[in-house]
Design a protein. Structure first.
Length: 151
């Protein structure tokens, strides 16, 4: 799956002075406009990293419950990493994340995945529970980011 560009008429990111503001990112396949819900939708290197966190167990009775939020968390954070690189930065330059969840208990799994992208010195963070996301009800998390890149 390609992480692609926004699915509507807005910028994925905009630089203003020393800051890059990133629009909210959701884990939706732009071709199908459906949320990622399975580990099979992730690249092999992601699966290996997630196994190291105790995910992707191969047990249907476990993976069926964890895969949607874990896979979406990885896709969203990977897209933020890509946008940071497209603007000349890296994840360590992302200083603020606002994380929106359909169900606040999903934050625990997301936070463990976020640790793969921020092994030390995590960014400033805000967590909000919301009732719904576009484009469908399977979207569980959206993250917007702010990156500081002094010129």
């Amino acid at each position: 799956m390609s992480t692609g560009t926004p699915m509507a008429h807005y910028a994925a990111a905009r630089r203003v002075g020393d800051f890059v503001f990133m629009s909210g990112v959701v884990a939706v396949d732009p071709a199908t406009r459906r949320a990622v819900t399975r580990y099979e939708d992730l690249p092999k290197d992601a699966l290996a990293s997630l196994r190291g966190q105790g995910y992707v167990t191969g047990q249907m009775s476990v993976d069926v419950f964890e895969a949607p939020i874990v896979a979406q968390s990885w896709i969203v954070l990977e897209r933020i990493r890509q946008i940071a690189e497209e603007h000349g930065g890296q994840m360590s330059d992302v200083v603020k994340l606002v994380q929106y969840f359909r169900e606040l208990p999903h934050y625990a799994a997301y936070n463990r995945v976020r640790g793969l992208f921020y092994p030390s010195d995590p960014p400033v963070s805000t967590v909000v529970e919301v009732s719904r996301f576009l484009p469908d009800d399977e979207v569980l998390v959206e993250v917007e980011a702010t990156m500081y890149l002094p010129r």
